[in-house]
Design a protein. Structure first.
Length: 124
């Protein structure tokens, strides 16, 4: 009696391994890009410098790489000279006055406005 041994061949996977790896890589990159777009779109990113008390209020160019910038921080405004290699503090200004929205009730007569301005500046 002769026994025949049958050897089963592994089933062939459709597509080459290079095509599979490329597809997986494309899927991962697409997922990262979509996730980044969603984070930016719905504002889920971390707080920016603007919300931490730092705000660029004015800027002007002096040359190709030189600028003068006014930056508002919590207790002062800084006039900065910015070049490609360094940043210098040119001047320190007092903090900008708070601008409150005016309504019909807040618009008072001249005497009360002057009193509030004098109290704010330290003269009573």
């Amino acid at each position: 009696m002769k026994t025949q041994a049958t050897v089963s061949q592994p089933s062939a996977v459709p597509g080459s391994p290079l095509l599979q790896v490329s597809g997986a890589l494309f899927g991962i990159i697409a997922f990262i890009l979509i996730a980044a777009w969603l984070v930016k779109r719905f504002g889920l990113a971390g707080k920016t410098a603007l919300t931490r008390g730092l705000k660029v209020s004015a800027s002007t160019s002096l040359g190709q790489r030189e600028r003068v910038v006014i930056v508002e921080v919590e207790d002062a405004r800084l006039v900065l000279g910015v070049t490609a290699t360094q940043i210098n503090v040119l001047h320190k200004l007092p903090p900008a006055p708070e601008t409150a929205p005016e309504s019909a009730e807040s618009s008072a007569d001249f005497q009360s406005v002057m009193k509030s301005l004098l109290k704010r500046s330290g003269r009573s």
